[in-house]
Structure formats: C-alpha cells, structure tokens
Design a protein around this ligand. Structure first.
Ligand code: NAD
Length: 297
C-alpha cells in the first residue's frame, strides 16, 4: 500500500520503519531534514513537503507534537486536506486536544476524506517493537480500513467510538494513571514515616484493595518490581513532562464540557511543580521524590 508518513520523530521514525518492514511503500516527510534522511536510510522514500507525501497516497499517517501542528499540517491552503485524493484515509496518531481532532474530522469529511484520531500508548520502546496500543476514534468503515495497517505498528487496536474518542480515551486513561501514581507514592511516603517497609506494604497492598498498575507494574520505589524506573534512578520511561502534557489536555477537555475533575486538576498542578523544579525529563514516578522533599536525590 502507498502510505504517506509525516512526523518522523522519536515515535514516528520507528513507526514508519515498521511499515517499511511490513512491505508498504512509504513516502516520508518531516520538518527536520535529518529525520527524513534517517527514514530514507531505513527504506522510505523522501518527500520534499507534506503535500508531496500525501498526493499519491492511499493512506496518510501523521505523528506530530501537538494540536497546533496538526491544524497546520491538515487545514488551510497548503494542507493535507487539499492535497489528498478523495477517498484517502488520514490517520493522526499525535496526542492532541479532542476539539482539534473533531474539527479536522469534520473538515476531512466535507473534502470526501476519511479521518481517524489514533493516539498511542507504549512509548518509544513500543513504537520500535511494533507493540503500541492504538485508541481510535472515527467511523466504523474507516476503522476497518485502518486496522490492518495499525497492526503493523501495534499490538492492541481499540475502536473507542466516533471522532475524537481516541483522544478522549487517551487523556482519561492518563489522568487516571497520574492520580493513581500520586496516590501510590503518597502511601509509600506515609509508610516510610510510620516505619512500615516498602516490601511489606507492597506485599499487602498488591493483594488488597489498594492494588493498581502504578503499584504492581510500575512501583515507584526500588525493589518490589525490578523493571520499574525507580530501580534506575527514575530514568524515563514516560517522562513527567509528557504526563503533564496529557494532564493539561485532560483539564482543557474537562473545562470545555464541564466535567468535575478536582483530582485531575491537582495532579496537573503537582506535575507542573515537578517540571518547574527541573525534573520534567525524569520518569513520572519520580514524583515520589518531590513528595519526600528530596527531588535532588
Ligand atoms: P517528536 O518531537 O520526537 O517528533 C515530532 C516530529 O514532528 C519532529 O520530528 C518534528 O520535526 C515533526 N514536525 C513538527 N511539525 C511538523 C510539521 N509542520 N511538518 C512536518 N513535521 C513536523 O515527538 P514524539 O515523541 O515522536 O511524539 C509525537 C506524538 O506522540 C506527540 O503528540 C506525543 O505526545 C505522542 N506520544 C509520544 C510518546 C513518547 O513516548 N515519545 C508516547 C505516546 C504518545
């Protein structure tokens, strides 16, 4: 299949490489020349502009930093919606605000194009290994077309409903994750002060009602879960800055629809403080160090 791929950064680069490996004809574009050269070395065809990447494609995938870049690339005179042939399937895998995803889908529909929002989780490791989770919003027929392509880049492909619902699923999940991580960290910090050791709290809570993914898979103290970032001085993983980005998107969406998310707001405030303390590049579980008042350790 002829696929245009735009945005070849930490995530898009390895995703495009997996599509090449699967035998697809990839025409790749990024604003950074170096990223295009790297994709070309991995078997993609270099495009001079985003519209060149889209012109002859049956499918176009974008993996861009934020909503503002997605609007820039899709909408307007030089945008993809003008360049793509009618019937082209457009898939945006960037993590962006729900409103932008829905606006672009509406504009795509009036241009006789299919558009899906398909953000991912799984990080750079998942992008390289082809094991990402895709959360997809859009029409059933478009999802059916996209699924075999997404399966070349991911392991779990979920259809979350209509336009924007992929982004909705991503920000709801990550808001829940941030809150559960902060709660897990607070429990360990309190246990330390009360003289209860980490392993004992882990053994009890991992089989009791406090059980959650932040505890059992991504434990924020070293020891109980050897693979968690706490065991390598909170080297990311999933950075605190990326978590903050998703929490801000969740807060923006909550304000837009009038949803009460007081713990989500508090989580955003705490991760903002962590980032402004200079720890944005550390794993998001490093928030335990801030709660201990020992960020520098
Ligand atoms: P990145 O900054 O490494 O890559 C983005 C790429 O887009 C860059 O190469 C940049 O040059 C390119 N770009 C920006 N504007 C462009 C334009 N107008 N035209 C063409 N190219 C343009 O970011 P990333 O880590 O690859 O993340 C991409 C998206 O995936 C983000 O929305 C991020 O939130 C999301 N995400 C990232 C991770 C992760 O672990 N890195 C995990 C899940 C989701």
């Amino acid at each position: 299949m002829r696929i245009g791929f735009i945005g070849l950064g930490n995530m898009g680069g390895p995703m495009a490489a997996n599509l090449v490996k699967a035998g697809h004809h990839i025409t790749a574009f990024d604003m950074m020349k170096g990223a295009i050269e790297k994709a070309a070395a991995q078997g993609a065809h270099a495009a001079a502009t985003a519209t060149d990447a889209a012109r002859d494609a049956e499918v176009v995938i974008t993996m861009l930093p934020a909503g503002v870049h997605v609007r820039q690339v899709y909408l307007g005179d030089g945008g993809l919606l003008r360049a793509a042939k009618p019937g082209t399937l457009l898939i945006d895998s960037s993590t962006i605000d729900v409103a932008t995803a829905r606006d672009v889908q509406t504009a795509a529909k009036s241009a006789h194009l299919d558009f899906l929002d398909a953000p991912v989780s799984g990080g750079v490791g998942g992008a390289s290994a082809g094991t990402l989770t895709f959360m997809v919003g859009g029409e059933d027929a478009a999802f059916a077309r996209a699924k075999p392509i997404l399966e070349k880049m991911g392991k779990n492909i979920f259809h979350a409903g209509g336009a924007g619902n992929g982004q909705a699923a991503k920000i709801c999940n990550n808001m829940l994750l941030a809150i559960s991580m902060i709660g897990t960290c607070e429990a360990f910090v309190l246990a330390e002060k009360l003289g209860l050791d980490h392993q004992t709290l882990f053994n009890i809570s991992s089989t009791a009602s406090g059980q959650c993914w932040s505890l059992t898979t991504y434990c924020p103290v070293p020891g109980p879960v050897p693979a968690s970032p706490a065991n390598r001085n909170y080297q990311a993983g999933f950075t605190a800055s990326m978590m903050l980005k998703d929490l801000k998107l969740a807060q923006g969406a909550a304000h837009a629809v009038g949803a009460a998310t007081p713990l989500g707001a508090e989580a955003a405030a705490l991760y903002s403080l962590l980032e402004s303390s200079g720890a944005g590049g550390r794993d998001f579980s490093a928030i335990i160090q801030m709660l201990r008042g020992k960020l520098g350790d």
